[in-house]
Ligand binder design. Sequence first.
Ligand code: B12
Length: 324
Amino acid sequence: MLDNIRFLSYPWTVSPESSVHYPIRAAAKLTGLSIDTLRAWERRYQAVTPLRAERGRAYDAGHIRRLVLLRDVVDRGHAIGQVASLENSELEELLAGPAEVPRTPKPAGAGQEVSDGLQPVVAAIESFDYATANAQLGRLAALLPVRELVGEVVLPLMRLVGDRWREGTLTVAQEHMTSAILRNLLGGLVRLRAPSGQPPRLLFATPSGELHEFGILAAALLALASGFDALYLGPNLPAREIVAAAERTSPQAVVLGIKTSEPDPVTIEELRLVASKLPKRTELWLGGSEVRKALPSVRGGRVFILEDFGELDVHLARLKTGSR
Ligand code: B12
């Protein structure tokens, strides 16, 4: 029965009046939170203060109730650091309101599962071991074809880091360390794959205000691996620069990444500008899973929305065969 309790929320399966105490392993099962998460929430955020029994921590029904509330609030997109000090009644209010970040439902613990090959990288990140994380990721990059590197290393790792930052088991510094290593690695790979200089050429950037770069980095790598010429301009580029670069280099498409679900109004305005000023023969590809929702107003005949790398493949194939 305990195994299924992660999917139960309210009413409580543990009676609040009960005087029973649960060791940490049972508390983990009752709440669906890992033992590491329980410890981190206690140590870093004082989310609950379990009793100290002879055999270690002991959680009562009140602790379990609060942990389930915190778990559900974090699942709805709030960072543990921002909600850990709230009263239970405030947490209940948050649960009654709209979600902070819309999330794809996932099975219990799914955000924490990575393939065996990634476990040494995760362990190195957890212990701030830059050299080992760097070496392990470099080894994977040398062994894996680009497609697998992106699909089985970069995407799962960044999602795991994001999820674990939110639940408080990785810090902002550990996320920054991981981003820095991956940025260097993927940037190096883009640079190493010498562009052919031949069309079809694509230009990659993110608009002003958008600092999330891994989508365009991965997309540029995939395009290069498919035989395209990629001009990589990086993140946070003003519209007038994007347009001027396109005028000078005549790419078939300008590919922009947008990660956030609620872009700054300035970013939206910049995107409109790019869409209206690009040379007539240049398409605008807007990449990212949130783009359709975030940018309903940036549309036009030569604007295409690419929600994932599968759609990137479709458009690359279209350019190659010259169809529309
Ligand atoms: C790394 C990271 C950062 C790094 C970025 C470093 C870098 N050099 O890129 C830094 C520290 C700069 C950062 C900053 C911020 N971040 Co941040 N960040 C992340 C993190 C951990 C990973 C994002 C990532 O790169 N993923 C890799 C991409 C490739 O994966 P993906 O989006 O799943 O990609 C798929 C599709 O979207 C699509 N796709 C995506 N891009 C593209 C591009 C093309 C061309 C195509 C074809 C397809 C495509 O294809 C992929 C496969 O299906 C996420 C956590 C998460 N769960 O996403 C938060 C996250 C994106 N960040 C978030 C936030 C809130 C911020 C900040 C506002 C934080 C702050 N308070 O300062 C700032 C905003 C900065 C800004 N103005 O842009 C939120 C966004 C919430 C929202 N409402 O959208 C997230 C989701 C964290 C969270 N759980 O709250 N962040």
